[in-house]
Design a protein around this ligand. Sequence first.
Ligand code: AMP
Length: 396
Amino acid sequence: MSFASLGLKEPILRGVRAAGYETPTEIQAHAIPKILAGAELIGLGQTGSGKTAAFGLPMLDKLCGGPPGLRGLIVVPTRELCVQVAENLRTYASHAGLSVCTAFGGVDMSIQESAFKRGIDVVVACPGRLIDHLERRNLTLEKVQMVVLDEADRMLDMGFMPQIRRIFLRLPQERQNLLFSATMPKEVESLVEDFLPGAERVQIGSRSQSAKTIEHRFAAVAVADKQYALERLLQREPGRVLIFVNKKLGCERLGNALKRAGFPADAIHGDKSAEARYACLQAFARGKVRYLVATDVAARGIDVDDIELVVNYDFPLGLEDYIHRAGRTGRAGRSGRALSFVAPSERRLHEVVAAHLQGREVPAAPKLPGRGYGMPKRREGGKPSRGRSRTAHAAH
Ligand code: AMP
């Protein structure tokens, strides 16, 4: 299987070579011909499977050679993802004469506005900033032919659903829609019903593959002992480790504590400036920072394939967050490990995850405001494992 056999035009194939890709990944081989033929798709599953090229290449292919103007829209939840998706698309478009712009908050609108004026074929945008530009008439969506909604469940978690609906309402009737989501909470289903009713669902990043390559472990650790346990663990970890915490303040504190203890560590969270977050991601990608403490939202932007270990310092508040976090390791077919500290107050959250990993029905989740688990809420079968349970084979 080659990229050429998928039906892509020569300028796009040159972009693929510029990216250094030789053979298409599973999702690319499956999705590219369908998207080129005009199909609407819903891609379900984790990132790390090459989905950016799966939607980016056919989008650019369709726009290549057409009249200039904003014809491709990609909506993403975070600035980091915005920058990364745009960087990838610029590489793919490097021989196609198409220009890819970004629109995300935290930077001066006029910089983005002048980029649009220089020429724009595709915009990769975060919902809030996109709406700001639309309202100021810096952009119009009237010529958009193809729209991609990336990480739809994450947009929901971040409260972007009303903005997404407003954006969809401004799009022309005649267009091709693509949506990607790791899970399908009911609000995402209802968005699909309203805006992509006929779309075909495809599994991306083969669930069984991620199940086989990630080893999930849990350790009972009291809250007061967590930092010590983490430091002991990091002393034995030569590779890259991504450490998740639930709150920005805790993230900053833990990053500082690790730095003070002499670890090559840093923290990334939403209270840092866009520039500081970018510098931090670069340092992590280059290996200058090996231990990165992150919140869920900030971690969405990390595009590093060789994360050897994911540590849940704070237990994630929902099953979807657990799946997203663990999915940061074991990418691109490598093996990976996820280790979660479980304090006594986090046992019920752990039970939900353990049941899911063991393929049992997921018990009713502890009540947390605004969280959709997207899983059956009946409980059956034996006691969930706790403490030092080890699930080497995780079926999900
Ligand atoms: P994504 O799922 O789009 O975030 O891609 C995950 C990583 O795989 C990124 O670093 C991509 O550049 C890389 N990648 C995507 N497609 C291919 C391919 N066909 N061959 C090699 N690497 C790829």
